[in-house]
Ligand binder design. Structure first.
Ligand code: PEP
Length: 253
C-alpha cells in the first residue's frame, strides 16, 4: 500500500512575509494530517523561516533544486548537505522548468540525484513530455529516455529512496490537466518499465502526477491505481486550495 505524497512547489514566488504567512496557514490546515504525506518547497532563501513555521508538525520541508557537489567553488549553487542542514527532507530534481528554461540535462540530474541520496534527502525526480512530443506519439519514448538518463547506474536501493513525478509539460501552469486515462496510462507504463529494470521495488515507488492539480480534479487523479500523490505548483500558493487537494478523500466521499 503506497501512502500518497502531496508536495507544494512554490517556485520563485512569495516575499519573506508571504512565505511565513502561507506556511503558517498550511500548518493550521494540515499539521496533523497523516493519511497523506505532505510537503512544501519554498524558495531557498526562505527555507529556514518556513522550517520554523512547520517544526514539530507532520508537514515536511523540501527544496526546489540542488547542486551535486557537497561544497566548493560553485558560485550561486546550494549543496544537498546545506539543504539537509536547514531541515529539508525532499529536493525536487529535473523539474521541466529547469530542463526547458535552463537547459538542464539528464546527466546533470543523475549527478544531483546521487548527491541528494548521499546525504539522505528524498529526491522528487520529475519527468514529462512536451505537447509536441505527445502529439507525435512520443510520450513513452521521451519519459523512458528521461528515466534511463536520470537513473543511469542506479540500483533498486536508490529507487527505493526516491519519489517520481510525472508532469506533462503541457499541463504545468496552463490550467490543462491530463485526463485520468492519460495519467494512468503513463504512470502504469512507467511502473512496468521500472519493474523490468529494477524489480519489485517499483511496486513500492510513489509516482506523483503534476500539472494543474486543483481541489476539484485531485480526487479523480488520486483514485487512479498508479497515481500516488501530486506535485502541485500554482494551487500550493493558496493554503485553502492546497488543503483541498491534500484532503481529496473528503471530496470523493
Ligand atoms: C509544477 O510546477 O510542478 C506544477 C505541477 O505546476 P502547476 O500545478 O501550477 O501546473
Amino acid at each position: 500500500m503506497r501512502r500518497p505524497v502531496i508536495v507544494g512547489n512554490w517556485k520563485m514566488n512569495t516575499t519573506l512575509r508571504e512565505a511565513t504567512t502561507l506556511a503558517a496557514a498550511v500548518r493550521r490546515d494540515l499539521e496533523r494530517v497523516d493519511d497523506v504525506e505532505v510537503g512544501i518547497c519554498p524558495p531557498f532563501v526562505y527555507l529556514l523561516d518556513v522550517a520554523d513555521q512547520v517544526r514539530d508538525t507532520n508537514i515536511r520541508l523540501g527544496a526546489q533544486d540542488c547542486h551535486w557537489e557537497p561544497k566548493g567553488a560553485f558560485t550561486g549553487e546550494v549543496s544537498p548537505a546545506m539543504l539537509k542542514d536547514v531541515g529539508c527532507e525532499y529536493v525536487i530534481l529535473g523539474h521541466s522548468e529547469r530542463r526547458h528554461l535552463l537547459g538542464e540535462k539528464d546527466d546533470q540530474i543523475n549527478k544531483k540525484l546521487r548527491g541528494a541520496l548521499a546525504v539522505g534527502l528524498t529526491p522528487i525526480l520529475c519527468i514529462g513530455e512536451l505537447l509536441e512530443e505527445r502529439e507525435r506519439g512520443a510520450t513513452d519514448a521521451v519519459v523512458r529516455g528521461q528515466l534511463e538518463g536520470s537513473l543511469a547506474g542506479f540500483g533498486a536501493d536508490a529507487l527505493e529512496r526516491m519519489i517520481l513525478a510525472y508532469e506533462p509539460v503541457w499541463a504545468i501552469g496552463t490550467g490543462k490537466t491530463a485526463t485520468p486515462g492519460q495519467a494512468q496510462e503513463v504512470h502504469a507504463g512507467l511502473r512496468a518499465w521500472l519493474r523490468k529494470r529494477f524489480g519489485a521495488v517499483a511496486d513500492g515507488l510513489r509516482i506523483q502526477y503534476g500539472g494543474s492539480v486543483k481541489p476539484d480534479n485531485a480526487a479523480d487523479l488520486m483514485r487512479l491505481p498508479d497515481v500516488d500523490g501530486a506535485l502541485v505548483g500554482g494551487a500550493s500558493l493558496d493554503a485553502k486550495a492546497f488543503a483541498g487537494i491534500v484532503r481529496f478523500k473528503d471530496q470523493s466521499a
